[in-house]
Design a protein around this ligand. Structure first.
Ligand code: S3P
Length: 171
């Protein structure tokens, strides 16, 4: 059984889809942010503010590498930036990995980011009227890395169950 990696922009639904997929496939589910939070005893906002983004990116890389070295199969939701740093996009190509880019359009992302309660250090200082432009540019910059995933699943206009079924058909 392979390791399933879900990547995509912030609010693309990685965590939600990973949980549903875990139930449907009967596989354990992990979330890279949560793994890092447990290991360090700090929240993601604390890590950014106390240790800086570079330290966080190093933790992302080291923990991802460690998880991929394990024998067991699992479903892992990555952080929105994970594939874009430290050559992590190369992990998406491994033979023992099924990697999926959850591709969500800008309108939908902005809508969700406006309404989700989750604390996201990269967005916290951004005025609301700049969110759309920021996300459009950021997504453009990151797109190359997300597209290194072996599969692209468009999420717009689909229920989480539809997305899960589509991913299930890939492995
Ligand atoms: C980040 C996304 C976050 C988290 C951190 C940085 C990013 O995860 O890893 O705040 O660089 O896009 P989510 O995609 O789950 O919000």
């Amino acid at each position: 059984m392979k390791k399933i990696l879900l990547c995509g922009y912030m609010a693309s639904g990685k965590t939600t889809i990973a949980r549903l997929l875990g139930k449907a496939a009967g596989m354990p589910v992990l979330d890279l942010d949560e793994v890092i939070e447990k290991k360090t005893g700090k929240s993601i906002p604390q890590l950014f503010s106390q240790d800086g983004e570079i330290a966080f990116r190093r933790l992302e890389h080291d923990n991802l590498k460690e998880l991929l070295a394990e024998e067991d199969a699992f479903i892992l939701s990555l952080g929105g930036g994970t594939p874009c740093y430290a050559n992590n996009h190369l992990f998406l190509q491994r033979d023992d990995v099924v990697s999926v880019y959850l591709k969500t359009g800008i309108e939908e992302l902005v809508n969700r980011l406006r309404h989700q309660g989750k604390e996201r250090p990269l967005l916290e200082k951004l005025p609301d009227d700049e969110l759309q432009e920021y996300v459009a540019k950021h997504l453009f910059d990151r797109s190359y890395y997300y597209h290194q995933a072996k599969h692209v699943v468009v999420t717009d206009g689909k229920s989480p169950e539809d997305v899960v079924n589509e991913i299930m058909s890939l492995f």
